[in-house]
Design a protein around this ligand. Structure first.
Ligand code: PEP
Ligand code: MG
Length: 618
């Protein structure tokens, strides 16, 4: 989570203002109790009623170590990279500020300008360089010490204006430290149960540390509804609202808040009436989930007997229990990124084997599809920083299978761990972001190499070798699906990235979220073409992108002949209920009509009519 610009806003050059502290429950004008409704993107469903927790810098741990003389240049380069990243972050926030009106826009504009100046300051740069090169401090330590030295020169005088400047210097320092450490906050364990976290940005690694029993929900200024932060929140069942422009300027620590993840609202200082209506909605939602729970052991089957396997997407091993409780028939997508997040070293083969074995044993004989590492883009892992490097277009850069093939020891360790864990139960291997048959062939060669090595070591492994599948999430892979299917044993269609790459919409950017469209005719044609290629080859095809967990789209998948859907566990009940009210033959007719339409609105109308028809039959 990146720290937020607090509300000690700069009044602009030459102006003086008193430092304003947030009082619990006070709004910006300091008046307690005035309700404010802020809107953003409905990123993860559910309602949280609780108190505001502003994520700030205090929780950040600053590592300290001595840098060898020959590495000081590289260490300073780390600092420069963190500064470049901070400048990009400010640019993004500036873009958001343009959407503000009047005083808010001006205030935030001044603040961001002041932060930008500090980032560019020669004194900071020189001080950090001296501490790294002469004192051989690591970059984090050098930044923390230099920032404190600068802040103290402001803070030593009894003056509200200067004290506010000192606070801003510390905020800038915190931003640099966050970028340097790419670390999450460690303070979530201390949160009072039911806290609603408000932050500038919440990363996927931050979300991985959230305990759904403690965190009521979270909201942030940045972030799109299809990014991995949102996906993880949905999987964990934590309500979330992202892309809330005015969030931090308006919120106060400890104030009452309602977070409505269904409608994308954050309501600060809710009125009594509002609270009452949300409490009623919450109890209706509990009743609904109890009723869905009763479907748990029933099959996902249409009225005319078309059986659809419903599996879970897992991001964390702790999700095995909730997946089974939701009735998952297996794991259709295990995102192994969690193994690499929130740590400074890489997990070795033994550690990976142990964790995968726990998941496979936990699923008790149900198949587990393990996807090899998909970091890069917005999913960062500190320990891989040196391999990932910087990229102008991270989503198009060295990520996923490209990274694994570039760093063979990474791929070999993962494949070995999957083969070894596969001795404990059925597994499948899934490759992310495949774009060509050559990539699959290279992985098959690596598999043989790893298998031979494990045989020599007489280590028990999956026998026969697990099926090897490709994610279809790049338009080129979908268009070449008939060639690709010859090289693999199954397809898993990743609609999240497929939509992003097809429509050129960054799934994590809230400013273009309205253009991210699962019903775009190009997306529908690509899914259809890829699914058809697998079916013609007689090989399994599943959908594991977020579309799979949306009951509105279930008719399309059934109609296309897809018989496996993998989704966040909390969605299984809803999709199952939809399938059990559906006529499979009618779904085929739906698809035939939908594929003739040229615009998304017409397809949406067909889906609505199809659903209403089933609704009448229920
Ligand atoms: C996808 O792209 O649809 C997918 C399932 O992978 P991820 O969301 O992890 O990128
Ligand atoms: Mg993907």
């Amino acid at each position: 989570m990146k720290t937020e610009p607090k509300k000690t806003a700069s009044p602009g050059p030459g102006k003086r203002s008193a430092k304003t502290h947030g009082k619990p429950g006070a709004n910006r004008a300091g008046k307690p109790g005035a309700e404010r409704v802020l809107s953003g993107l409905a990123a993860a469903p559910g309602i949280a009623i609780g108190t505001v927790y502003l994520a700030r810098g205090a929780e950040l741990r600053v590592p300290q170590y001595r840098v060898p003389a020959r590495q000081t240049k590289a260490e300073f380069e780390r600092y420069e990279k963190a500064i470049r990243q901070a400048m990009r972050q400010l640019d993004k926030l500036r873009g958001k500020a343009e959407a503000f009106h009047g005083a808010s826009a001006e205030e935030l504009g001044f603040l961001l300008e002041a932060h930008g100046q500090m980032l560019r300051s020669g004194r900071l740069r020189e001080g950090v360089r001296r501490r790294i090169v002469e004192e051989r401090c690591n970059a984090e330590q050098a930044v923390a010490a230099e920032i404190e030295a600068i802040a103290e020169t402001f803070g030593s005088v009894e003056d509200d204006y200067l004290a506010a400047r000192a606070e801003e210097v510390r905020q800038v320092g915190h931003r640099i430290l966050r970028n340097l450490t790419a670390r999450t906050f460690s303070g979530f364990g201390e949160l009072p149960a039911g806290s609603v976290i408000l932050a500038e940005e919440v990363t996927p690694a931050d979300t991985a540390l959230m305990d759904p029993h403690r965190v009521g929900g979270f909201a942030s200024v940045l972030g799109g509804a299809e990014g991995h932060t949102a996906i993880m929140a949905r999987s964990l069942g934590i309500p979330a609202v992202l892309g809330v422009t005015d969030l931090l300027a308006a919120a106060a620590e400890g104030g009452a808040v309602v977070l409505d993840g269904d409608r994308g609202l954050v309501i600060l200082n809710p009125t009594k009436r509002r609270l009452e209506s949300y409490r009623k909605r919450l109890s209706r939602q509990h009743a609904e989930s109890r009723s869905l729970g009763r479907l748990r052991d029933l099959p996902g089957e249409t009225l005319d007997g078309c059986r659809i396997g419903l599996q879970a997407n897992l991001e964390l091993p702790s999700e095995v229990g909730p997946a089974l409780a939701a009735g998952a028939e297996g794991v259709g997508l295990l995102r192994t990124e969690f193994l690499f997040m929130n740590r400074e070293d890489l997990p070795d083969e033994d550690e990976q084997t142990a964790i995968l074995t726990t998941v496979i044993e936990g699923m008790a004989g149900r198949p587990v599809t393990v996807r090899t590492l998909d970091v890069g883009g917005e999913k960062l892992a500190t320990a891989l920083g040196a391999h990932l490097g910087e990229s102008m277009n991270p989503a198009l850069g060295l990520r996923a299978i490209r990274l694994s093939l570039r760093v063979p020891e990474l791929l070999d360790a993962q494949l070995a761990a999957i083969l070894r864990a596969g001795a404990a139960g059925p597994v499948r291997i899934l490759l992310p972001m495949v774009s060509s048959v050559e990539e699959v062939r290279q992985v098959r060669a690596a598999l043989q190499r790893v298998q031979a090595r494990l045989h020599r070591r007489k280590v028990p492994i999956a026998d026969p070798l697990p099926p090897l599948g490709a994610m279809i999430e790049i338009p080129g892979a979908a268009l070449a699906a008939d060639a690709l299917i010859r090289e693999v044993d199954f397809f898993a269609i990743g609609t999240n990235d497929l939509i992003m790459y097809t429509l050129a919409i960054d799934r994590g950017d809230e400013r273009v979220a309205n253009l991210y469209d699962p019903l775009h005719p190009a997306v529908l044609r690509l899914i259809h073409f890829a699914a058809d290629a697998a079916l013609r080859a007689g090989k399994p095809v599943s959908v594991c992108g977020e579309m799979a967990g949306d009951p509105r789209f279930a008719g399309l998948f059934v109609g296309w002949g897809i018989r496996e859907l993998s989704m966040r566990a909390p969605a299984i009940g809803q999709v199952k209920r939809r399938l059990r009210a559906m006529d499979g033959a009618a779904a085929s007719r739906l698809v035939a009509n939908a594929m003739l339409e040229s615009d998304r609105a017409a397809v949406a109308r067909l889906l609505d009519a199809f659903e209403q028809h089933d609704g009448r039959r229920r």
